[in-house]
Design a binder for this molecule. Structure first.
Ligand SMILES: O=C(O)c1ccc(O)c(O)c1
Ligand SMILES: [Mg+2]
Length: 630
């Protein structure tokens, strides 16, 4: 299966695009005329440059509004096409895309259009060119792939075939299974794109909001299954028009594209195993049962402060690394590692971001298979020198430069805490607070990077993404999206900051792009936990009286319960009978914090309704930080 991407998908000038596309792992590239025309070099130079990158030109897109025209426009259209054929011969590409006409004077009529393509087929054949016809879903007369297929069928020319584009089919809500009856050898090319489901003009939606397969809401897997069921074996090419991608980094967009395409091919294979798919098999999406550890990078002074904060939350220092300046803090199933080494990855993360979470440890069934899948998706592995007695724990670079380690039940990995750590006696008098496990991790990023991050998680893990919701910060909007495994053991929230004045945006700016802004721990009894926290001198984030007034009004809570929540600064939410309680720590460092939650009944959310009040309180508690309002 040839993996291809259109130059329009990737930002940059032509050579930047090609460099990024080749580095990402694609085998082919589809050339948009604009990128070709803007380049200062002959068609032969361009062709050579592409092949020098190890890429094949899979398609050329130089032309629109060809068919159905009256004379004299018709003859001129044929002349223009001939000139493009000559350029294609110099570029050394044999397939041209003709998208259905939007020309105001195009006359329509399926036989007229078929006749135009039959004649074009003759002219193309004389120059060794093949013509592919694609229905734009806003085309004047042809805007449905079934009609485009009828044109191709009636043109009845070996050099004229069909091009299908998932956006045009799915965006118009046409059942992709209608493709299954088209002969695969009459399909010349496939465009793949996803998009978020938003109601808007089709053309505007297509030109600005397309995204990578898996990043949107369209059934691109169903579309691709139908295409491959025809026996089609040609290139799969990502053709994504997206305003954010145009502003993005060429390498990142191309890498996301490759990840999305490999993941798509894998999901097609798993959904329909009988299909013939000429691509290497990769390990299945990974079922993770949550976080085994989080690791902080810090210096000694910061580690002291962090340790003191952990003490107030009922954690105890439980171990010291056998060889490194690394301590282990524990409560329930929660492992927190604080790394104050003066070299290695954690140290560079500390230099770059200050005290921050630099490494996430995830529990998986098979750590090596997890890394293998990540590598197949284009993710770099991570390793650093292993000292005597240390384990070689499989790891990758996550998005945003963090590291992710994978722990499974294989003999060694499951004993990592006993093998790499000596027990430590914690002298501090600490009341355990009943924290049981890590409920979720919240990562903060620039809004433009959210699609990358969610694709990272949903392609590597058995996990799905929730719809994005807006969280209102007093100084802007933060978009929030949840990534969750089917059993909800792996929970990650992604927060995309659009302004550096939001609490999330400030954190991002102040920590130079660090990612995990908070970790949430679970308790089975929030009130008992609150009592223990108070005994340990924990300082909760303070909520205003107005908040509790409103809680009473919204939920009609028992006054006693409300008083206890007010006294302990506990936040509350309810969905049906399912209840949710939250306590937040004060912020420390550049704006990191901890959250403690109790889920009662089947509560599956994250207290989104409370987020604006939590953020306002956090901003009040950090006066003078960040960028002042003018
Ligand atoms: O938006 C367009 O004009 C356009 C052009 C060519 C395509 O293949 C396509 O899907 C859209
Ligand atoms: Mg297309």
């Amino acid at each position: 299966m040839k993996t291809s991407i259109a130059t329009v998908t990737v930002p940059g000038d032509l050579s930047e695009k090609l460099e990024a596309i080749a580095a990402a792992g694609f085998s082919g590239v589809e050339i948009f005329e604009q990128d070709f025309l803007a380049f200062d070099g002959t068609p032969r130079d361009v062709g050579r440059m592409i092949r020098d990158h190890g890429l094949e030109i899979t398609l050329f897109q130089p032309f629109r509004d060809f068919e159905g025209l009256p004379e004299p426009q018709r003859s001129r259209a044929f002349d223009r096409a001939e000139r493009k054929f000559d350029i294609m011969n110099e570029l050394e590409v044999d397939l041209i895309l003709m998208c259905s006409s939007c020309h105001p004077e195009s006359l329509g009529g399926i036989d007229r259009i078929a006749a135009d393509f039959a004649e074009l087929g003759d002219r193309a054949a004389a120059k060794g060119i093949r013509v592919g016809y694609e229905a734009l879903c806003w085309g004047k007369h042809i805007n449905d792939h079934r009609d485009a297929w009828e044109v191709v069928r009636r043109a009845d020319h070996t050099n004229v075939g069909l091009i299908l584009d998932s956006f045009h089919t799915l965006g118009r809500k046409i059942d992709p299974d209608t493709i299954r009856s088209i002969p695969g050898d009459r399909i010349f090319y496939i465009h793949l794109a996803d998009a978020p489901q938003i109601e808007m003009d089709l053309l505007y939606w297509s030109r600005h909001f397309r995204n990578m397969p898996g990043e949107g809401d369209l059934d691109v897997t169903g579309f691709t299954r139908a295409v491959l069921a025809t026996g089609y074996q040609g290139p799969l090419s990502l053709e994504i028009f997206n305003d954010q991608f145009r502003m993005g980094s060429p390498r990142m967009v191309a890498a996301d594209g490759y990840r999305s395409l490999v993941n798509l091919i894998d999901s097609v294979r798993r959904a329909e195993p009988s299909l013939r798919i000429d691509a290497p098999a990769i390990p299945a999406p990974v079922a993770s049962s949550g976080f085994e550890f989080i690791e902080f990078a810090a210096d000694e002074a910061e580690a002291e402060r962090l340790g003191a904060l952990l003490h107030t939350m009922g954690f105890q220092r439980a171990g010291r690394h056998i060889a490194k300046d690394v301590t282990l803090w524990r409560q329930g199933e929660i492992n927190i590692v604080i790394n104050t080494e003066r070299e290695g990855f954690a140290h560079s993360a500390y230099i770059m971001h200050g005290t921050s979470i630099c490494d996430l440890g995830l529990r998986v069934a098979d750590a090596q298979a997890t890394v293998d899948r990540a590598v197949a998706l284009g993710t770099p592995t991570f390793s650093q020198p292993i000292g005597p007695g240390e384990l070689d724990i499989p790891a990758i670079r996550g998005v945003g430069g963090g590291v992710m380690h994978f722990i499974d039940d294989s003999a060694d990995l499951s004993r990592v805490w006993d093998v790499e750590f000596k027990p430590a006696q914690d002298e501090a008098q600490v009341t355990p607070a009943g924290l049981t496990r890590i409920d979720h991790i919240a990562q903060t990023m620039n809004y433009e990077e959210m699609l990358s991050w969610s694709l990272f998680y949903t392609s590597l893990f058995e996990a799905s993404k929730s719809p994005m919701v807006d969280v209102i910060d007093p100084d802007g909007i933060v978009r929030s999206q949840v990534i969750e495994s089917p059993d909800a053991k792996l929970r990650v929230t992604l927060n995309g900051a659009e302004s550096h004045r939001t609490f999330a945006g400030r954190y991002l700016a102040d920590s130079f792009g660090s990612a995990v802004q908070h970790a949430a721990f679970e308790t089975d009894d929030i009130f008992a936990t609150a009592q223990a926290l108070s005994a340990n001198g924990f300082a909760p984030l303070k909520l205003p009286e107005n908040y509790y007034e409103d809680l009473e009004a919204r939920f009609g809570l028992d006054p006693d319960l409300l008083d206890r929540m007010r006294a302990a600064n506990i936040l509350y939410d309810r969905h049906g009978d399912a209840e949710f309680f939250q306590i937040f720590s004060q912020t420390y460092g550049d704006g990191m914090f901890f959250e403690i939650v109790q889920r009662r009944g089947s509560y599956a959310g994250y207290g989104a309704a409370n987020a604006p009040f939590r953020i306002a309180a956090q901003k009040r508690a950090q006066p003078g930080k960040g960028v002042p309002r003018r």
